[in-house]
Design a protein around this ligand. Structure first.
Ligand code: SAM
Length: 288
């Protein structure tokens, strides 16, 4: 029985959907002598309907360049393959690389054995934009988001499967306990949509927590205010570093202006970081 074929999406779906079951994943892992490793955050998705729905969120168009972080055994990859796009797969586990190459490598699909945290997207075909997808290894979800959603990233959209708790933090509203520095720093450049919750039971091995799929769409140039990025992130991180403290105590450099500033923002001088919406954080007066 063939696990994948190396053809394009329709053939691939036909073979793959009927065969990709929990027992099939276990069979392939046994053949590869590769038991899932917690240190690589390996929880393989085995619900193919979900995999297809997650891929659909990318809204793939002819000519797109898609980058998949951590393809694993190819649960999402299978639905990504099309003759009219370019696909880049970045996988760290050396035990899975040959399998990925045999099943997916082609003129339009390149497999990189690399750490996605160190991978330089500029090495790829052209300069972008690229669409990024990944069922992320949980142990490095936060630094991966920081890298692939950074100001320099060529990504136009990211479709990410994450721990539910992290997804909730990224999409949080001000005033909630989930709202934090990451919400503000990512939200400044990206519109975050919470797509769906995924129960732990759709992964092998089953993770300890539920997951969620989120989409990050790059905000248009004009809706991203021109700020000193480094200063912005530093103020935000410091502001949130002790959530219970008033912001004026956390940002002493703004002390002399504080009353005027908070009056203009329409907030109490005793405001705390979590009470300041993204728009208010972005005001030039706070961050420039
Ligand atoms: N995409 C597959 C799926 O949905 O079944 C696998 C997802 S699994 C949660 C995470 C994958 O990321 C694993 O294949 C793991 O080996 C890979 N991985 C872990 N750390 C990585 C890193 N630093 N760079 C690239 N891939 C990594």
């Amino acid at each position: 029985m063939k696990f994948f074929n190396n053809s394009f999406v329709n053939d691939c779906e036909k073979d793959y959907v009927s065969e990709m079951t929990l027992s099939e994943i276990q069979r392939v892992l046994t053949n590869l002598q590769a038991s899932p490793t917690r240190t690589l955050g390996q929880n393989f998705l085995y619900d193919q309907n979900l995999a297809r729905k997650i891929v659909d969120l990318l809204d793939i168009q002819p000519g797109d360049h898609i980058v998949e972080i951590g393809p694993g055994l190819g649960a999402l990859t299978c639905f990504l393959q099309r003759p009219d796009i370019r696909l880049t797969l970045i996988e760290k586990d050396d035990r899975l690389i040959e399998h990925l190459r045999q099943n997916f490598e082609s003129e339009t699909t390149r497999v990189f054995h690399a750490d996605a945290l160190e991978f330089d997207l500029r090495k790829l075909w052209g300069k972008g934009p690229v669409k990024v997808i990944g069922n992320l290894p949980y142990y490095i979800s936060t630094p991966l988001i920081a890298k692939y959603a950074s100001a320099l990233s060529p990504a136009s959209i990211l479709v990410l499967t994450l721990q539910l708790e992290l997804a909730e933090r990224l999409g949080a509203q001000s005033g909630t306990k989930e709202y934090g520095a990451m919400t503000v720093c990512v939200g400044r450049r990206w519109d975050v949509s919470f797509e769906r919750k995924l129960p732990a039971s759709v992964f092998y091995p089953r993770p300890k927590v539920d997951s969620a799929v989120i989409t990050l769409r790059r905000r248009g140039g004009k809706s991203v205010s021109a700020l000193n990025e480094t200063r912005f992130e530093s103020l935000v991180r410091r502001g949130f570093s002790e959530r219970r403290k008033q912001l004026r105590k956390m940002l002493p450099e703004l002390k002399s202006d504080w009353d005027t500033l908070t009056l203009k923002l329409g907030v109490a001088p005793t405001v705390r970081a979590e009470e300041l919406s993204l728009k208010k954080w972005e005001l030039k007066r706070v961050c420039s």
